[in-house]
Ligand binder design. Structure first.
Ligand code: SAM
Length: 253
């Protein structure tokens, strides 16, 4: 998988490319990350990349020509590619979109700044618009890093154990169960004894129950999307009864 990122602040990507799982995947050749400095394709003597908006108004708009030239400079790899614009007006990014993007061979991410990019970049080049949340950031760099990180984790070979992906929150629309490590007792709080039992069947059941409980408590909307087994449904029934009993008790209190 090859990522090409267009930005006026290419230095921002150094930590992503050099550290952690993504750094290892770049070194190992499972992914490639290329950052293109839009300023290198700027207009005139001052290499301008932005200008005042037509029609007036605050702020600056990123000019189309430098972005067009920067996009044209990117080599095409064999296979499917998408040009993605980071924008708060885009489709809300999630794990399912990330999984669908792993089918591509090349992802080009365009990072906006200021008031955003000239509309003609969207209409001519952009295949998809993504937002990382309903809030406004100053630039598309952080959203681009998030997309590179989330998609790369799903690329075969990037994570050591293939299972670790499947068990993570959102992979099956359930939140993950609580995790514990040493020490066994910390500030008076003990690790649940089942995790120390060595009984893998009981541990699996405890983890599934905790996953269902967390999802029911924190993100019940996700339960509509996930495929639940008969056993999951009977665990959920009990959890809901428990919830009902404790809310009844707190109403009494
Ligand atoms: N005026 C624009 C609007 O209202 O849609 C917002 C511009 S924002 C200050 C500057 C750039 O940051 C955007 O062009 C986009 O690339 C990026 N950005 C800001 N918030 C974002 C979000 N939630 N998701 C993705 N990109 C975002």
């Amino acid at each position: 998988m090859r990522f090409d990122i267009l930005s006026i602040f290419p230095e921002m990507f150094a930590p992503l490319i050099n550290y952690g799982i993504i750094g290892r995947a770049v070194k190992g050749g499972q992914i490639e990350i290329h950052v293109v400095n839009i300023r290198d394709f700027g207009e005139g003597r001052h290499l301008m990349t932005d200008d005042k908006p037509f029609g007036g108004g605050d702020g600056m708009v990123m000019k189309p020509e430098p972005i067009f030239r920067a996009l044209e400079s990117i080599p095409r790899v064999k296979g499917e590619r998408k040009v993605i614009l980071l924008t708060p007006q885009g489709q809300l990014f999630n794990q399912a979109i990330a999984r669908s993007l792993t089918k591509l061979k090349q992802i080009v991410l365009v990072c906006g700044r200021y008031e955003g990019v000239d509309e003609r970049v969207r209409s001519t080049y952009v295949d998809m618009e993504l937002s990382i949340g309903d809030y406004i950031l100053s630039g598309g760099e952080l959203p681009a890093m998030i997309i590179v990180e989330v998609v790369s984790r799903l690329v075969p070979g990037v994570l050591g154990g293939a299972r670790s992906n499947l068990e993570e929150s959102f992979e099956d629309y359930l939140l993950e169960y609580p995790q514990y490590t040493r020490p066994r007792v910390f500030q008076g709080e003990e690790v649940p004894s089942v995790l120390l039992s060595g009984d893998h069947g009981r541990i699996r059941l405890w983890r599934r129950t905790q996953s269902l409980k967390r999802t029911l408590e924190r993100r019940p909307d996700l339960l509509e999307k996930t495929r639940l087994s008969e056993m999951d449904n009977s665990i959920l029934k009990e959890l809901k009864q428990e919830q009902g009993r404790s809310s009844g008790l707190s109403n009494q209190g």
